[in-house]
Design a binder for this molecule. Structure first.
Ligand code: PSV
Ligand code: MN
Ligand code: MN
Length: 386
């Protein structure tokens, strides 16, 4: 039997990082729909993130994206976050929005462009020093559109060289999280397309380099939980960018498209000891048509529900069924946990944490959303399509 007190204790220590860009306006390449009351600057994004933490109790950090969140004084931004009860989390780099990056950033054939890109990454580490952030999150839009366009092996060499320079700059306790993505914006080759490529680079770089699994960055049908199990086994899972996808990199709310997949992923995290290690649980989502703060609260709750179910798996019964080759029983043990309605348990957990049991209702009743609409005029675009 699974010890309920231990499950509750684990759920109380959970930390889900929310992304600054999810609080601003965003859209697709067709249209950005502006919403009233969205933050006008990075400080207000932190104010909104603090509300998500206030009502869920498990969203204590906020990821920044540079230059979307560029400010004069990052120490002041970190201080503002602390005053609101949150901290600044991963610093996300951006080497994809300048004209110079048409043919890539740190994999670009021109050394001058590579230098500019590496310079930006080094600046991101300076920002980490000022904010006290542990993680530099790297996603590269680099790749090619046509066979023969560039030499794919040379691009790997350039990638390794650029990463090594940034790795050397990392301070004590700082990490580099390398994210992979199957395709887009490049359509023929992508320079970090899969976990194997990310893993190979991170292995060579050293312990401070870890792989990030963005749940929206795989081909349909990919067994993501297997990748998670493998990376954890190798000590190379740095974190997650959680979101849902139906087709490609949809960036919808995590747990919305396939809650069973999220449960399977969280089960492998629990099984591999990742829940109590340094794995960063981050959201990477855009809320194009739904209200942003409630959508982020909902997303955090979805991660909590999947985690609770994963923690409820009866490990002893599962192990016994697996050892005796009882396929149906083993599957039934896993499904029993998945089929449990964990909402009452989570309501209890919240009450024990001194929170309202229903975060979405509590947020709606707070009037924060209406106040933001009244006070904020001219909200910011997140950066996508900007
Ligand atoms: C682009 O695919 C992307 O969604 C990556 O997942 C990054 O993590 C994110 O943008 C922010 O740069
Ligand atoms: Mn991502
Ligand atoms: Mn993405």
């Amino acid at each position: 039997m699974t010890e309920l007190a231990a499950v509750k204790a684990a759920l109380k220590t959970q930390a889900v990082e929310t992304p600054s860009w999810a609080y601003g306006n965003s859209g697709t390449r067709f249209k950005v729909f502006a919403q009233a009351g969205v933050p006008r600057d990075p400080f207000e994004k932190l104010d909104d993130a603090a509300k998500v933490h206030e009502f869920t109790g498990v969203a204590p950090t906020v990821a920044l994206h540079i230059p979307w969140d560029r400010v004069e004084d990052y120490a002041a931004l970190a201080e503002h976050a602390e005053k609101r009860g949150v901290r600044i989390g991963a610093i996300n780099s951006n080497t994809f929005q300048d004209d110079d990056y048409k043919l890539g950033s740190i994999c670009h054939p021109d050394a001058a462009v590579r230098r500019k890109a590496v310079g930006h990454l080094l600046e991101c580490v300076d920002i980490m020093d000022a904010t006290g952030s542990r993680d530099l999150k790297l996603w590269f839009a680099d790749g090619t559109n046509y066979p023969g366009q560039d030499d794919v092996r040379s691009r790997q060499d350039r990638l390794a060289e650029g990463l090594a320079e940034v790795y050397e700059r990392l301070g004590e306790g700082q990490r580099m999280l390398l994210e992979y993505k199957l395709f887009e914006p490049a359509f023929y080759t992508t320079d970090v397309p899969d976990w194997g490529t990310a893993y190979a680079h991170c292995l060579k770089l050293g312990e401070k380099a870890q792989v990030v699994v963005d749940t929206g960055h795989h081909a349909p049908g990919t067994n993501i939980e297997f990748i998670v199990a493998t990376l954890l086994r190798e000590g190379k899972l740095g974190g997650f960018d959680f979101n849902s996808r139906f087709y490609a990199d949809d960036d919808l709310m995590v747990g919305a498209a396939d809650p069973f997949q999220l449960f399977r992923i969280m089960y492998e995290v629990v099984r591999g000891g990742g829940f109590t290690s340094d794995v960063a649980f981050m959201l990477d989502q855009c809320h194009n048509i739904e209200a942003k703060i409630p959508a982020i609260i909902r997303s955090v709750m979805n991660v909590q529900e999947a985690t609770a179910k994963a923690l409820l798996v009866d490990a002893e019964a599962l192990g016994a069924a697996q050892a005796s080759g009882d396929v149906l029983e083993a599957n039934a043990v896993l499904m029993d946990a998945y089929d449990t309605d964990v909402r009452p348990l989570l309501r209890e957990v919240r009450q024990e944490m001194g929170l309202e049991p229903e975060p979405l209702k509590a947020y709606a009743a707070s009037g924060y959303g209406e106040k933001a609409v009244a006070e904020r005029v001219g909200g910011q675009q997140a950066g996508w399509g900007a």
